[in-house]
Design a protein around this ligand. Structure first.
Ligand code: CA
Length: 404
């Protein structure tokens, strides 16, 4: 009697050990319980919440991706080589023919150039091709809950996006199983994060659901709506590749001062391949992404609408250029300084230290090439009889370090 009781007790202990979650899972489940009142206060039903978090555990691959900080910056020309590859241009033209009716309708409603929509689609998901790749595409609730739960610098972003994602589920736009995205929660053909989805996604085909995961009309309609609300001006382009004259004052390439194309023309700036500007009163800013030895661009207001989608100059130039190529345009007229690599994070600090020690003051040594650092670089370049373009490159750092 006694021994069988002991045996039963041992058996119960074993069962308890088998069903008891690991400490990490217990912590996460506790966190989910503590998150529930926040979700409820944001209008999420218990049914939606429980279904969203069924069998969800933290994703180690998300923690790894979130903690990664790039030391090496890819040169813009390498980025553009892959972003605007011949294959992506050819696929874009194929998609343009295949989805011409949808593109007609989207363009008519929002006034956004179809080639720009195709380019964003190509840049974001290779026209949907990456959405089948499980290494890239993960369950969104799991990714965002991982970011929110693990703490750190992306925790607030994770919480905010998690609430937005639950709202999408509450509206029944998509099921939890089909709501997939990048490790940071960018979803579907055109990679909307949940807050962007809630603000701008549209049900373009009218079936009652906003489905940017498998419905091309909804995805392209949502992107056009977002660009239009971000200030897209119908009938205009994103920008022009231009040639700067000898002795040009590169301090004017500050990425923010807007002048009319007529005014820029007075500085001797011309479009490449002897083309004219269609409207001389359009306002533009000047960008010289790789210094005096690379291409220069006058950017119209629509360039900023693309930046609202993804706030990186190389991305927005990539979208604009891919759009032009899909339309039938050729590559850039000017070449990139492929022999002169951009600086790593550590090297940018070194550059600032050497400039400061040689008397070219620039404020804080923060590894960021802002207006003050550019001004210091220009002053150094002038003192050396170089073209004062303010561009931070490895050649410049080596010249500074050699003490010449
Ligand atoms: Ca729909």
């Amino acid at each position: 009697m006694m021994s069988s009781f002991r045996g039963l007790f041992a058996g119960l202990m074993l069962i308890a050990i088998l069903v008891m979650p690991s400490p990490a899972a217990a912590d996460f489940n506790q966190w989910v319980r503590e998150f529930w009142p926040t979700a409820r206060a944001n209008g999420i039903s218990e049914q939606t919440f429980n279904r969203a978090f069924a069998n969800v555990a933290p994703d180690p691959s998300v923690i790894k991706a979130a903690s990664h900080q790039a030391e090496f910056v890819k040169p813009i020309w390498e980025y553009l080589d892959s972003a605007v590859s011949d294959k992506r241009v050819a696929n874009g033209r194929r998609m343009k023919a295949q989805h011409s009716r949808v593109l007609d309708a989207v363009e008519a409603k929002y006034g956004v150039d179809r080639h720009v929509l195709l380019a964003i689609w190509g840049m974001e998901s290779s026209y949907g091709a990456v959405l089948d790749n499980p290494r890239i595409v993960k369950p969104v609730i799991r990714s965002l809950a991982t970011l929110a739960y693990q703490g750190g610098r992306r925790s607030r972003f994770g919480r905010e996006q998690l609430i937005a994602a639950l709202k999408i589920l509450e509206r029944r736009d998509i099921t939890p199983e089909r709501m997939t995205g990048s490790w940071a929660g960018a979803m579907g053909h055109t990679q909307f994060i949940p807050t962007t989805f809630n603000a701008y996604a549209v049900d373009f085909d009218g079936d009652g659901r906003r489905d940017i995961w498998s419905n091309v009309a909804d995805a392209l309609g949502s992107t056009a709506h977002y660009l239009r609300r971000s200030g897209w001006e119908p009938g205009k382009t994103w920008g022009y590749e231009v040639v700067l004259p000898e002795g040009f004052n590169y301090a004017l390439a500050d990425r923010k001062t807007r002048r009319s194309l007529a005014e820029w023309s007075k500085f001797g700036i011309k479009r490449t391949r002897n083309r004219d500007f269609p409207r001389l009163d359009d306002q533009a800013m000047l960008i010289v992404p790789a210094g005096a030895n690379g291409p220069a661009f006058l950017m119209l207001k629509n360039f900023n609408a693309i930046l609202r989608y993804n706030n990186a100059t190389s991305y927005a130039i990539g979208v604009g250029h891919l759009a032009d190529r899909i339309r039938g345009g050729s590559g850039f007229a000017q070449s990139w300084p492929r022999g002169d690599t951009p600086l790593t994070r550590t090297q940018r600090r070194e550059l600032q230290q050497v400039l400061t020690s040689r008397g070219f003051s620039l404020g804080d040594i923060d590894g960021k090439i802002g207006p003050k650092t550019q001004a210091a670089i220009r002053a150094f370049q002038k003192s050396q009889g170089l073209i004062p373009d303010g561009y931070a490159s490895l050649m410049l750092l080596q010249r500074l370090q050699s003490g010449s």
